[in-house]
Design a protein around this ligand. Structure first.
Ligand code: SF4
Length: 421
């Protein structure tokens, strides 16, 4: 591995203008799979229903665990009592689905515009049923959330309901992870003698993890800043760390948690040595393909900074532009220190200006949302859908090569197409 550029945090440019990214409703797609006793009811418009159907329409053969209560013109015009309508819909749903452990009511742009107070409605509906099931509200509205931020608002809504950790201590990993990754992480924490380890979100909401002054909370995703702040308010100690992407990031993440737990550095080195070496070996093949290639990220998932760090430091890619929907320095400070000063870091979006820069830069690979990929491909740019990075298991040592492969694949495809011409 060649030495990466000197790690000096790059300057940040802030842009305001037209944005192109999903709203926070998109989080339902992975959250409903993760929390198997949950149900997500969006109080929204036909647009919200279409987004969910298009993004998560794979539930054809199963009882779906998400739905949209579509606000009609009478609701929007203030002619109907939306709370009565909501009570009726929720009652019908719970009669049909007694298996629901927690019901999330999700605010959308239209429900926010008509100022429907879903927090109060959720408290009223939950109290009327003695908390069985628990009914909570959060916002996935495009007015105030971007894409992965919907997970943050959902998890933050759960924090007040976490049971208190009365005695002892525990480690809480925050941010949805694939089950296979959670299992790998549990094994490594076990070898480090760290435990009990809990995850938020849990696989079943009926088993919410405890929190209190004995909790060490470490984020596995960069977009859970408000959830981490809410955990700190419940007494948890937050562990700052780079995120567990790639061998280096995963090692630093485990080392930070182990250090906070009080594990001896020699023990940490002994446990992490083997997995880190395996990750580095797995990356060799992809490094040969990716090294020296130039990459730009358009702002979408909030994963742009840790993934850019991984691609630069472990795969040798040159970072042209890293766009992020918003820069949460509470979460990203340890990552920013690892970025090269040469990277152009842009917070927010002004789509036209960003596309102009992209066409001038002509990077080898552009990571962008679904809506931009086809026109950019037609303009001769090679693209990667950012949404795949959210849906694929990419955290941890054992997934480092798979993560690199996600970026190598479109480059190989482009080479093949050029060769066949
Ligand atoms: S919440 Fe807003 S941005 Fe999201 S799908 Fe509904 S209307 Fe569109």
């Amino acid at each position: 591995m060649s030495a990466p550029d000197a790690p000096v945090s790059p300057a940040v440019c802030v842009e305001h203008g037209e944005r192109q990214t999903f709203c926070g409703l998109a989080g339902i797609v992975w959250l409903h799979r993760k929390m198997r006793d949950s149900f997500f009811l969006v109080i929204g418009s036909r647009t919200c229903a279409h987004l969910l159907q298009a993004a998560a329409g794979v539930m054809i053969f199963a009882e779906p665990r998400f739905a949209t209560a579509v606000l009609q013109e009478r609701d929007l015009a203030g002619l109907a009592d939306c709370n009565e309508e909501l009570d009726r819909v929720v009652t019908a749903l719970l009669e049909r689905r007694p298996d629901i452990g927690v019901l999330f009511l999700i605010a959308s742009c239209p429900s926010e515009v008509i100022k429907l107070d879903l927090d109060t409605a959720a408290a009223r509906l939950s109290a009327a049923r003695q908390g069985r099931p628990r009914i909570l509200a959060y916002s996935g509205s495009g007015l105030d959330t971007r894409f992965t931020q919907g997970e943050d608002t959902c998890l933050a809504a759960l924090v007040p309901w976490l049971p208190p950790l009365e005695t002892g201590r525990s480690l809480l990993v925050v941010g949805a992870l694939a089950d296979v990754v959670e299992d790998q992480f549990c094994r490594l924490f076990g070898q480090l003698d760290i435990g009990p380890v809990h995850f938020l979100p849990p696989r079943r909401v009926a088993e919410l993890p405890p929190v209190g002054p004995g909790t060490l909370a470490v984020a596995a995703q960069p977009f859970v800043g408000d959830t981490m702040a809410a955990l700190a308010a419940r007494g948890a100690t937050l562990v700052p760390a780079p995120f567990p992407f790639g061998g280096e990031g995963t090692r630093a993440w485990f080392a930070a948690a182990a250090d906070a737990w009080g594990v001896a550095p020699q023990r940490v080195a002994a446990v992490l040595e083997g997995p880190a070496e395996r990750a580095a070996r797995g990356l060799e093949r992809y490094r040969a393909l990716l090294a020296g290639k130039r990459i730009s990220f358009l702002p979408d998932t909030q994963l742009e900074i840790p993934l850019g760090r991984f691609l630069h430091r472990e795969c040798g890619m040159e970072l042209v532009e890293l766009g992020v929907p918003y820069l949460d320095r509470r979460m990203l400070a340890p990552e920013l220190e690892l970025l090269p000063a040469s990277a152009r870091l842009v917070e927010g979006q002004d789509l036209d200006a960003q596309l102009d820069r992209l066409h001038a830069d002509r990077p080898d690979l552009t990571v962008c949302g679904l809506g931009l990929a086809n026109p950019l491909e037609a303009a001769g740019l090679t693209t990667k859908w950012s949404i795949e990075l959210v849906f694929s298991p990419v955290h941890g040592f054992d997934q480092a090569a798979d993560l690199a492969e996600l970026f190598a694949r479109p480059l190989l495809r482009r080479e093949r197409l050029l060769f066949e011409r």
